[in-house]
Write a new protein. Structure first.
Length: 228
């Protein structure tokens, strides 16, 4: 599993690299946003860990540019741990976030969890099959969802959330169940990760097919997918 660390803290990168290498990851590092983005464009990685506060090009700008051409899983690091940083990062397409200083073991666990989201979500013993919901087609084998023949640009987290809702078409999926299945983590009382991802999905679905929101909110409970 190939990981790119992008952080101007060289000592932290060295410590994280040593630990993650011991956990079986192949790790490279860059120490500013410009070099990090160039590395992501030229080489193949399975995931990147990106610090928000960096000179030259910060993590938010890097993520914004990256999402124009790639859905590579991204974990954001923030020294401040402020909610606004986490929300903005998620809105720009980050898959997860972690406040600095972080425990290397927790970072490794988050990396594995995010990478698992990039894998097929079909149940054991079932072969993935294409499913159609009106003008929306879900192709499980290629992990793509298209609307009117146009493939949607989705992050791993967005794809998993939408497919879980599709699997439960017309049924309410609780925020706790959705977080466990799609994101691989428990939903905390002040966690807005799902809200941000759902908002992103609604915008993408709306801009693609021009219809009303296909993901309905059931207040204080969760969400359900209702195709037009």
């Amino acid at each position: 599993m190939t990981i790119l660390l992008i952080d101007d803290d060289r000592e932290l990168c060295e410590l994280m690299s040593q630990f993650l290498t011991g956990e079986g990851f192949e790790v490279s590092s860059e120490h500013d946003g410009i070099a990090g983005l160039a590395k992501l464009k030229s080489d193949n990685f399975e995931l990147a860990v990106v610090d928000i506060m960096m000179p030259g090009k910060n993590g938010m700008d890097l993520l914004r540019e990256l999402r124009q051409f790639s859905s590579l899983p991204i974990i954001m690091l923030t020294a401040r741990g402020e909610e606004i940083d986490r929300i903005i990062g998620l809105e720009l397409g980050a898959d997860d976030y972690l406040a600095k200083p972080c425990n290397p073991r927790e970072l490794a666990a988050r990396i594995r969890a995010v990478l698992r989201r990039s894998e097929p979500t079909t149940k054991k013993g079932q072969e993935p099959q294409n499913r159609r919901f009106g003008n929306i087609v879900w192709q499980a084998q290629s992990r793509t969802i298209s609307v009117d023949g146009h493939i949607m640009s989705l992050t791993a987290s967005e794809y998993n959330i939408l497919t879980v809702l599709m699997q439960h078409e017309g049924e309410v999926v609780s925020k706790y169940e959705l977080s466990e299945i799609a994101l691989g983590k428990r939903h905390g009382p002040f966690d807005r990760t799902l809200d941000v991802h759902i908002g992103h999905l609604r915008k993408k679905l709306s801009s693609t097919d021009g219809s009303e929101a296909l993901i309905k909110t059931v207040r204080s409970v969760g969400w359900l997918f209702v195709p037009s």
